[in-house]
Design a protein around this ligand. Structure first.
Ligand SMILES: [Zn+2]
Length: 130
C-alpha cells in the first residue's frame, strides 16, 4: 500500500503534467495558421537587412487602391509569387489595383522613353558642337 506522502507526490506530478499539456495546447492553438494562409518559404525570400522577423504565413490582405479608391484583395497566392519568385520585399504592401498598376506602368515607360530621347538629343547636339 502507498503512503499518503507518496500519493500526494503522484497527484502533484500528474497535476503539473496536465497543466503543461494544457499550456502547450493553448500555444499551438494561438500559433495555428489562419484559414486561407500559405506558408512562407523563408529560403526563397530576397535578403533584407531588417531586424523584424518576417511572417510565417501569407494571408489575403484587403486594401484600397490609392488612385481610384476601389477595394481589392492582395491574395496570399499573389504575395507568395511577389516575395518568392519576383523577389520583392516581404514587407511590401499593395497600393494600386490591377488596372491602375497597368496605367502607372505605361505612364512610367512613356516618361522613361521621353527622358532617354531628350538625353540622346542633347548628346547629339553636344557632339555636333565639338
Ligand atoms: Zn485603382
Amino acid at each position: 500500500m502507498k503512503s499518503n506522502k507518496q500519493r500526494r507526490k503522484e497527484l502533484k506530478a500528474a497535476r503539473s503534467q496536465r497543466a503543461k499539456h494544457q499550456k502547450q495546447a493553448k500555444i499551438a492553438w494561438q500559433k495555428r495558421p489562419p484559414s486561407g494562409a500559405i506558408a512562407v518559404d523563408h529560403s526563397k525570400l530576397a535578403p533584407n537587412n531588417s531586424y523584424t522577423l518576417p511572417p510565417d504565413y501569407y494571408t489575403d490582405q484587403p486594401f484600397t487602391c490609392r488612385d481610384c479608391g476601389v477595394e481589392e484583395v492582395w491574395t496570399a497566392e499573389r504575395q507568395k509569387w511577389w516575395c518568392e519568385v519576383a523577389k520583392g520585399s516581404i514587407f511590401s504592401t499593395a497600393i494600386r489595383c490591377r488596372a491602375c498598376r497597368k496605367v502607372e506602368r505605361d505612364r512610367k515607360a512613356e516618361a522613361r522613353r521621353i527622358h532617354l530621347e531628350g538625353v540622346a538629343k542633347k548628346r547629339a547636339r553636344q557632339q555636333a558642337g565639338d
